[in-house]
Design a protein around this ligand. Structure first.
Ligand code: COA
Length: 358
């Protein structure tokens, strides 16, 4: 007999924790090195490496789109979780296949998951952390038991190839995780989040035309308005400040000290940004993932891709403590902590070719 039937209110039970149980990444095979860019832009390998830490990036072929990458990453994440079913699919992206509808239902259908709830999250480079928070909320509320969260972007479709300031930074890719309902003490359990935004600076990172504010009009919309624009120096300063502040907030909420963090997985914006944030937090730089050296900034994909690449190449003890932090257009920022998961199957590298890391 339940306590409610006996006339007493039911004893509230703790909501389930979200536990990461699957991980995968996918990069399109076409590799673009700094030297390739220097053949058509006024730039060079030394400038790019010195200012950004990036050695190469991957791009899709004409005709490919974000969902193609999200499906591959999602399949790998489901495989590594040992279970191909989920109740919800979240795709974090700034480069959806179309303005309407969302990309997630198509990704779900192509993964054999038609029927699952499916929607996109738009928070630019913070999108994956927002997606994780959303999925963790669905699990805590009992709305879903298993959720596939994908970060996928094809910046090559919005960056002007003639824009040397941005063409050197961004690459295409996708990363995905599976979250399931579980216990907060299990390896892979997610801890607290910190999320924030400041829309007063929406024009710091922007594609001006294409939405309801400014529909593209043949002959009237400028080439610049159709492409990605960023005020690099201001973004740089804001990224360092916001990521460090958000990371500190979430560490406080979790009761962790920076020294407790075994692996730091920041959004892969620029190596100098990552090192500044690590230094600010007094985290040894060796604990900071630097996947961007070979893939550039892959937007919402960058954190799950860096995790998948680490899982494929480096043994990490399940239960090791992880800090994720991101910053992006909006402005948006966000962080969370979790522990390294115990996965059912190995994670293949997101890309099998030559690594151009210096
Ligand atoms: N190759 C060679 N020179 C370049 C160049 C390139 N690809 N891009 C810009 N330059 C030139 C500029 O024209 C400028 O020349 P000038 O001094 O003659 O005017 C000079 O290099 C310095 O440009 P500046 O924009 O001041 O460089 P920077 O040191 O700020 O570096 C970024 C530019 C974009 C690398 C840097 O601002 C940055 O990393 N910002 C953050 C970007 C980011 O991470 N965004 C994602 C956040 S989610």
């Amino acid at each position: 007999m339940s306590s409610a039937v006996a006339g007493r209110p039911p004893v509230p039970s703790a909501p389930p924790a979200a536990v990461l149980c699957g991980l995968g990444g996918w990069l399109p095979p076409r590799l673009v090195t700094n030297d390739d860019l220097a053949e058509r832009l006024d730039t060079d390998d030394t400038w790019i490496r010195t200012r950004t830490g990036i050695g190469s990036r991957h791009t899709i072929e004409p005709g490919q789109a974000t969902s193609d990458l999200a499906v591959e990453a999602g399949r790998r994440a489901l495989d590594s979780s040992g279970d191909s079913s989920v109740d919800a699919v979240v795709v974090a992206t700034t480069t959806p296949d179309r303005t309407c509808p969302a990309t997630a239902p198509l990704v779900a259908a192509r993964l054999g998951l038609a029927g699952a709830a499916a929607f996109d999250v738009a928070a630019v480079c913070t999108g994956f952390v927002y997606g994780l928070a959303t999925a963790a909320g669905l699990i805590a509320a009992g709305t879903a038991r298993r959720v596939l969260v994908t970060g996928a972007d094809t910046y090559s479709t919005i960056v002007d190839p003639a824009d040397r300031a941005n063409a050197i930074i961004f690459g295409d890719g996708a990363g995905a995780v599976v979250l399931r309902a579980g216990h907060p003490d299990e390896p892979g359990a997610l801890g607290p989040f910190d999320l924030g935004s400041d829309g007063a600076h929406e024009d710091m990172i922007m594609v001006a035309a294409g939405g309801s504010r400014s529909r593209p009009e043949p002959g009237r919309t400028s080439r610049a308005d159709l492409h990605f624009a960023m005020r690099g120096k201001e973004v740089y300063r804001n990224a360092v400040t916001r990521m460090a502040e958000s990371a500190r907030t979430v560490l406080d909420r979790a009761g962790w000290k920076p020294a407790d963090v075994d692996l730091f997985a920041p959004h892969q914006a620029n190596l100098r940004i990552l090192h500044s944030v690590a230094d600010d937090l007094e985290l040894p730089r060796e604990r900071c993932l630097t996947h961007l050296r070979s893939v550039g900034n892959t937007g919402a994909a960058s954190i799950p891709l860096a995790l998948a690449d680490t899982a494929a190449r480096t043994p990490v003890e399940p239960g090791s403590r992880l800090l994720l932090t991101a910053f992006g257009g909006g402005l948006t920022w966000g962080s969370c902590v979790l522990t390294w998961p115990a996965l059912s199957a190995p994670v293949p590298p997101p890309y099998q070719g030559e690594d151009t890391t210096p």
